[in-house]
Structures are given as C-alpha cells and as structure tokens.
Design a protein around this ligand. Structure first.
Ligand SMILES: Nc1ncnc2c1ncn2[C@@H]1O[C@H](COP(=O)(O)OP(=O)(O)O)[C@@H](O)[C@H]1O
Ligand code: SF4
Ligand SMILES: [Mg+2]
Length: 341
C-alpha cells in the first residue's frame, strides 16, 4: 500500500481562554488513504471539529505534524500553502449559516476560483453549471439566491462549492445533522457517488453512529481530545472493545449489531468532565463502570487489540475476551450482566 494521502502525527491543538490553555486535541495520530472514508465520532466537545479545522489550516497546531502526500503543511507560509488548501476542503453542519444570503448561487460556487484567480468568466460559469449538475441541481439555479432553497439543496450547494477546486480530501463536519432524516440519506448518497466518481477521501465527523455506519471504512472514536478506539467498520460494530465506544453504541437506538442494549452505568456519574481539567489517568474513568485503581494512576496508550483494531484501555483484554455483554461487580471483577429485554 502506498503512502497515505493525509498523515497526522501527534497533533496538539490548544485554545487560549481566560482560564488558561484548553487542549481541545491532545496528541492524536491519523492516516487517511485515497478514496477512504474515516468516521470521527464522539460526543459534543470531544475535539472533532477542532481536529478538522486544524487539518484544513483553519486552526494552527501547537505541535505535531500534518502531511499531505508527504509534504509537511505545519510550517508553510500562506502562499506555499495555497495548492494544499485547494486539496483540503471542509463542509460544515449548518447549510443556512455557511451561504452568504446576498450572493447568488453562481457567485457562491465561483468564489474559490475568484480567490485563486482561476479561469475566465466564461470558464468559471461553465464550471459552476457543471458543478450544479454534479450535485443533483440544475445549471439554471445559478442566478437564484440561498433563501430560495431547502436545507438539503443548500447542503448540495455547499458541497458544490467545496468541489470547485478539485479537492482530494473533504472534512465533512456533521454535514447532515441539521437536515430531516429523509433528506439525510439523499445527501449521504450524493457524497458516496462523488467519492466513487472522483476518488475523494472523507473525514466524516459525526455524533450519530447510525449515519456513520453506512459510509465509513474506518471509525475513530474521540473523547476529551484523545482517540480512545479505532478500527475497521465491521469490527467496530461487532466488537466494541472500548467502554466508551460501547456507551456510544448503547445510546444509538438504530444500531442493532450488538443486540440488546448493555446495562453500563445508569446515568449517576454521567457528566462529561471539562476539557480544561480532564481526569488523571484515563479520561473516561469518571464515567466508566470498569474503572479500577490503575485507571486513575496512568494514562492508557492506544494500542492494537487482537484483530479488532486499537483501543486505549487498561482493561481491554478482560473486556475483549468472550462475548461483549459484561459488567463489573463491586469487587471490580468482570461479570456477565443483565441485559434489557
Ligand atoms: N474557539 C474556541 N475557543 C475556546 N475553546 C474552544 C473553541 N472552540 C472549541 N473550543 C473547546 O474545545 C473543545 C472541543 O470543541 P470542538 O472541537 O468543537 O468539539 P466537537 O466538534 O467534538 O463538539 C470543547 O471543550 C470546546 O468548548
Ligand atoms: S482504562 Fe479504565 S477507566 Fe478507562 S476505559 Fe478502560 S477500564 Fe474504563
Ligand atoms: Mg463539532
């Protein structure tokens, strides 16, 4: 297998706040190959959007490395960064907020070509027409304005704009979360068609596993700035080997691969800790029903676990052996637990 299209190594992103530095992305590494969809999942506040923004150059990285086709993007000047900016695009959740209401659709889709001084007016017009058709709209729509379109149509326009400069990788940040369920499927199908036809790669950010399950080749789970588990999609649903990954699966009613929902931690300590001041050791320990002394003392490294993928959990071997329906008793022994019918 060739070198990955995108390679992130030990990436750290911090925000300056009045209370000090908030480390929103803490030492994460990720490769994405050409034509691959990697899903990035986790609850709100886990750092998903921040990582996406860092990859496309919208947030500076504090340390680490981001390479595109082997070229380090971290230290590049704005000018040197330009061709890479074109290759890396981002589609945001809110198709209402991300289109300027005063500009026509044609002008909006043309914008990246204007910024990069590409083509004559006629060439740009032809490209806009082609892009509108490509995303399932019609060329005549270029003279109309954003308010004349539905949410799903607007997201198609946003996708057309992202395609203008022939990107290699698109960060899709919750691209269908704001849409009706019936429209979600159409936009996901469009993204899949574009990937097949154009060889695009996606980093698909979502908090909704039922969306991810249809499109991802690999799944990365993020919690409070860290990756806690990664794996191929099939393994992810068959063998959710990290306690947090299981928790996510339980809270997704449409995911049926694990059968009856597990009973782990019924809500008592279910508050997400602050990223300003994460728990010592394993960051998930305040919500984890398998937590033992070691979990507070040392941070679990992300490491391979059998055939399943990677997991950052001290106790994963115990959890991974045998069936998935296990819990901890009062002596911290792993025992089979009751499932809800
Ligand atoms: N501009 C910002 N300034 C300060 N903190 C931020 C900023 N953007 C995000 N954060 C904080 O960084 C953490 C990660 O946020 P984010 O990347 O948006 O997570 P997610 O996309 O997974 O919901 C959160 O604690 C959030 O409050
Ligand atoms: S390391 Fe400990 S606290 Fe963290 S997920 Fe594993 S068992 Fe739970
Ligand atoms: Mg986000």
């Amino acid at each position: 297998m060739g070198a990955p299209l995108l390679s992130c190594k030990d990436v750290v992103v911090e925000y300056k706040t009045r209370r000090g530095a908030l480390r929103a992305v803490d030492t994460v590494s990720l490769d994405i190959r050409e034509g691959e969809t990697v899903a990035l999942v986790g609850e709100s506040g886990s750092g998903k959007s921040t990582l996406g923004k860092a990859i496309v150059g919208l947030e500076p990285i504090r340390s680490g490395s981001i390479k595109l086709n082997g070229t380090e993007l971290g230290g590049l000047s704005r000018r040197a960064m330009r061709p890479y900016r074109q290759a890396l695009q981002m589609v945001f959740q809110d198709p209402f907020g991300s289109l300027n209401p005063r500009l026509s659709i044609g002008r909006i889709i043309e914008e990246p070509m204007l910024v990069h001084r590409i083509g004559t007016a006629e060439e740009r017009r032809r490209r806009v027409a082609e892009l509108l058709e490509r995303v399932g709209l019609s060329a005549e729509m270029m003279t109309r304005y954003p308010h004349e379109f539905s949410g799903g149509q607007r997201q198609r326009i946003v996708i057309a704009r992202a395609l203008t400069l022939n990107p290699k990788l698109i960060i899709c940040d919750e691209p269908v979360s704001a849409l009706d369920v019936s429209v979600q499927a159409q936009v996901l199908n469009l993204l899949a068609d574009l990937q097949r036809d154009l060889g695009l790669s996606y980093l698909f950010v979502s908090h909704d596993l039922s969306v991810v399950r249809h499109i991802a080749h690999r799944v990365v789970v993020m919690y409070l700035g860290k990756f806690v588990s990664t794996g191929e999609r099939a393994n992810f649903w068959d063998s959710p080997i990290h306690p947090y990954t299981r928790r996510l699966l339980e809270s997704t009613p449409s995911v049926d691969a694990v059968g009856a929902p597990l009973v782990i931690g019924a809500g008592d300590n279910d508050e997400i800790p602050s990223a300003m001041n994460p728990p010592s050791g394993c960051r998930f320990r305040t919500r984890c029903d398998f937590a033992a002394d070691i979990c507070a003392q040392s941070e679990p490294a992300l490491r391979p676990v059998g055939a399943y993928g990677m997991s950052a959990c001290h106790r994963v071997e115990t959890l991974a052996s045998g069936a998935v329906r296990y819990g901890a008793d009062e002596n911290e022994n792993i025992v089979p637990i009751r499932t809800v019918a």
